[in-house]
Structures are given as C-alpha cells and as structure tokens.
Design a protein around this ligand. Structure first.
Ligand code: ADP
Ligand code: MG
Length: 346
C-alpha cells in the first residue's frame, strides 16, 4: 500500500511540474550569421517569430551597407572618395557616422576612432594574413587617423573624408549600433522580453518573463573554451565587451590584437585584457568598450565621465574591477580560480 501512495505522489509531482513548465512562456529561438559573427535571439511574446525575422533582415541590410570586407556599400563609397569631397550616403549611415564622432569626442579620439581603418588594414588582424607592418609604415598611416576629418553635411546626407588615403571602419561600433536597432524592432512589435547576442555584443529587452533580471556571463579572456569569470544581472541594457582575445595573432611570444591604439597605430598594450560596458545605449557601450585602449585608470575615468554606464575591467594580471554601481550586480563565477575580484576599487 505504502508503495502505491509513494508512486502516486511521484506521479502527482511530475504532472504538477509538467503543468508548471508548460505555463512558463517559451522563447522563439533563432540563429543566423551576419556581421562576421553568429547572431542569436531569444524572443518572447505573440510577435516573437515576426520580430526575429525582421531583425535578421535588417541586420543583413546594414551589414551590406557598412562592411568594408566586401565590395559595394556606403562605407566603401566613402572610403573610395577620400580626399575628393562629399558623397551622398543613406541617412542611417550619416547617423552612425555622427554617433561615432560623438563617441570619439568622449576621449578626444584617444580610445575610439573609426579612422584607424588604414592601420586595421595594414595589420590584417583577424584576416588569414596578419602581419607586423614596418615602423615607418605605421608612422605614416597613423598620421591619417583623425575622426575630425570625417565631415558631415546633414542637409544633403553627405559625408567626406578630408585626406586621400583616409578610411573608416565601423567594426568597433556597428554591432553596438545595430543592437539598438534590434531592440527598437522588438519594441515596435510589442515585445517586452528578449535577448539578442550579436557575437558577444548582448542586448536585453526588459527582464526575463518571470520578472527576474537577465544573467549575462562575462568571458574569461584566456579560456580556450569560452568559460566565464562572472555573471552580471541586467534589465533593459546592452552588455558589450572588447577584449584582446577576440581576434589576435602571436609573434615572438607577443600578442597583437585587433584593437588599435589610435595614438600610436599599434595594437593595444594597456595592461587590460577586456572591458565590458553595461549601458542603455548599445552603440555607446560598444564605443566606450574601447576604453580598453587607455588602461585601467584612464579607462575608468572615461566611463565615469560618460556618466550613464557601468563597467567591468579585467587586467592582464587577472584582477577584476567594476564600477561602484555594479558591485551588487556582478558575481564572480570563476571555475579557473585564477581571477581576483577587487571590490571597492581595491
Ligand atoms: P569585436 O566586437 O568585433 O570583437 P570590437 O568591438 O572590440 O570588435 O572592435 C574592434 C574592431 O574595431 C576592429 O576589428 C577594428 O575593425 C575596429 N577598431 C580597432 N581599433 C579601434 C579603435 N581604437 N577605435 C575604433 N575602432 C577600432
Ligand atoms: Mg564590439
């Protein structure tokens, strides 16, 4: 008899738990490839399917417009016309160029400057043929770097690059900027809960359907298997990381990564392995993540001066620093046990 009661109890519990699980809203999950990376979305709500399809279509449209990796598009048009006056571009391109200029202003071009493109090309990091350019080549190309040479004529949707040889590369802001467009598409479709991951640039809309915050993993910059070092809890935010581990090559034991110091023309060597920015604007977060160029103290200062972002800095000696507003939202979860979380700024 006892045995039957026990079995009945197990049966009731499993029926109950199945019923509960069924009640939990399920996301529409989708994955695609664009912007040189894998993009995935978890979208909840009645229009989730429609919104997800719209998102991928928009991302691909903007990718074609802004990439410098394949012919055509507005950015190639602008670059090909450097030193030759204005070219008319799509209004969206003008908007992202304005946004890029605004972010550069925050550091006077010391951290973020999309005119580093000639150096990005010379180093070839992330391509099949990365190389160490000669010092005199770097010197010559760095003289072309100046975001103030991007001239914009709003009235005619036109832009110009002042000097011949100048180029822009939106690789450091496009994913961030598009993240804001993605959340706009969700909102327009009445979605209140969604998360999209654009190759490490995460945007979350609202909270999880059960009302709890989204938990976003912060990558261990030296893990070969994308392990995390911690978790941050967010609602309605972008979580964007720039790191020296995303694209790099090693020569004579030295790591050269894909983020260029606009002041020197060389890949960063700032004592930081990654910077994660948490902000309402995904575009700003992507731009501010280039605080990685400046090192811990100046990078922190940049984020504080911006005023509307929180940040996680991971140093080369495996210390993790966060801005004060993040101390109750960041949790160390480091399976490697190699990282130290320095609370209260040390
Ligand atoms: P990803 O998210 O693709 O890993 P990041 O957001 O870290 O890339 O930005 C790095 C990319 O931005 C580089 O591949 C290059 O195209 C461009 N870039 C490199 N250095 C800078 C810089 N200092 N300012 C703006 N863009 C940069
Ligand atoms: Mg990025």
């Amino acid at each position: 008899m006892k045995k039957y009661i026990c079995m009945l109890l197990i049966l009731c519990l499993s029926v109950l738990s199945a019923a509960c699980n069924n009640k939990l809203p399920q996301p529409v999950k989708s994955e695609d490839f664009a912007l040189g990376t894998i993009i995935d979305q978890d979208v909840y709500g009645a229009n989730a399917q429609k919104a997800s399809v719209e998102v991928f279509a928009k991302i691909k449209e903007l990718d074609a417009l802004w990439t410098i990796n394949s012919p055509g598009g507005d950015i190639n048009k602008l670059n090909d016309h450097a030193g030759l006056g204005y070219v008319e571009l799509k209004p969206e391109t003008i908007t992202i160029l304005n946004e890029a200029r605004k972010i550069s202003d925050l550091s006077s071009g010391a951290a973020f400057d999309i005119t580093v493109a000639p150096l990005v090309k010379a180093w070839g990091i992330g391509t099949d043929h990365p190389r160490l350019p000669a010092d005199n080549v770097v010197k010559q190309l760095v003289s072309l770097v100046n975001y103030k040479d991007i001239i914009i004529d709003q009235a005619t949707n036109s832009a110009a690059l002042q000097k011949k040889g100048q180029m822009v590369d939106l690789g450091g802001i496009a994913k961030g900027y598009i993240g804001d467009i993605v959340t706009d598409i969700y909102k327009k479709n009445g979605i209140t809960s969604a998360v999209a991951n654009l190759g490490g640039n995460v945007v979350v809309l609202g909270s999880k359907p059960d009302g709890s915050p989204w938990k976003i993993g912060i990558q261990n910059p030296r893990s070969e298997t994308s392990d995390i070092v911690g978790v941050v809890e967010v609602t309605d935010k972008a979580v964007v990381t720039s790191g020296d581990y995303q694209r790099y090559f090693i020569e004579d034991g030295k790591r050269y990564c894909h983020i260029i110091d606009p002041r020197t023309g060389y890949p960063i060597d700032s004592g930081l392995m990654s910077v994660t920015i948490i902000a309402s604007s995904s575009a700003d977060a992507d731009g501010l993540a280039k605080a990685i160029v400046l090192g811990l103290d100046k990078g922190m200062e940049l984020v504080k001066n911006y005023g509307k972002a929180e940040a996680i800095f991971i140093t080369a000696d495996k210390k993790i620093f966060v801005t004060p507003g993040l101390e109750d939202k960041f949790r160390l979860e480091d399976a490697s046990h190699e990282y130290t979380y320095v609370q209260n700024g040390g």
